[in-house]
Write a protein of this length. Structure first.
Length: 122
């Protein structure tokens, strides 16, 4: 299994766990918002992580993937916020907090899967 696939499985587990833990404390609209946030954050994070792995050995490519991933996350949060506010989505606050939280938590998970394999070291 590739590192990106392992990261995706771990990320899905974390998103599911956080969703289940927060479930009893949220109303139905908040629950829906947290589920939507997880569904938005996970594929973006996995794609950004895959790009980092893809350009790992190329300095300029790696920096472009890193900066592009950061910009993409910020744009997604801004776009979701604008959409939620303009359309008066119920559960917007839990959704936006969960989206930012999922992005941060999944970002903190990346170093565990970014370590070089024993075969990649000298």
């Amino acid at each position: 299994m590739s590192k990106a696939a392992k990261y995706a499985v771990s990320g899905l587990s974390i998103v599911a766990l956080v969703t289940l833990v927060s479930w009893p404390f949220l109303d139905p609209a908040g629950r829906r918002g947290v589920v939507i946030a997880g569904a938005v954050a996970l594929p973006i994070q996995v794609t950004a992580f895959w790009a980092l792995l893809r350009f790992r050995g190329q300095l300029n490519g790696f920096l472009a993937a890193w900066a592009g991933g950061t910009l993409l996350r910020m744009l997604v949060i801004a776009a979701v916020a604008v959409y939620a506010i303009r359309s008066s989505v119920e559960g917007a606050v839990p959704m936006l907090l969960a989206l930012a939280g999922f992005f941060f938590g999944l970002l903190m998970l990346e170093p565990m899967y970014f370590k070089p394999e024993p075969s990649e070291t000298a």
